[in-house]
Design a binder for this molecule. Sequence first.
Ligand SMILES: N[C@@H](CCC(=O)N[C@@H](CS)C(=O)NCC(=O)O)C(=O)O
Length: 204
Amino acid sequence: MKLYWHPVSLMPWRVRIALAEKGLTCDEEIIDLPGGAGRQPAFLALNPFGQVPVLEDGGTVIAESTAIMEYLEDLHPDPPLMPAAPAARAVARQLMGWSNDLWPFSWKRWIAPHSIGIPASPEVAAQGRAELTTHLDVLDHRLAGADWLVGDYSLADICYAPLVVVAARAGLDTEIAARPAVAAWVERLGARPAVQTGMGMLLG
Ligand SMILES: N[C@@H](CCC(=O)N[C@@H](CS)C(=O)NCC(=O)O)C(=O)O
């Protein structure tokens, strides 16, 4: 298997965490973003949208971090990273979807003043922060009295791990500290060896 990624990109970190949790090794190739190798024909042939992560496994090529993680889960079900019961699996996927769609949308607004190419204003940043705060409230509610988002540690937790670990270092530390269940979960995530391996650039 080969993973195309970039060391400071959040979404590939999820895949690296899942690989580490399962004890799998994988070749890796760094793709320059944005506008570098990610936009060259050879990479666009793997992902026409030019985004990392992409996993190549023999003749199989998969983009989208959650699709890659579910592929790994199907191929290597031990240790399990998805709940067994259909209802719990659906809730895990719901959270994975929120981490994929809602969080990044708000996150881009929040970090816009520090990013190139994203329209920025104090109002946009404040709106992003307010949306992320609401998102943290939802997670805090789920985590009340629980160690993990859906029963045992799962892909739902892994999907959020890079997002919340980075958020805690990017101005949302006070919002996280104000939500004790989230704060304890962020600590728990950061303490996992696979999270430290997966997010090597930041935590390893
Ligand atoms: N929904 C995608 C998002 C992937 C994504 O946003 N990748 C970013 C890096 S974290 C990227 O490749 N950006 C470069 C670009 O869009 O050109 C996933 O979960 O894999």
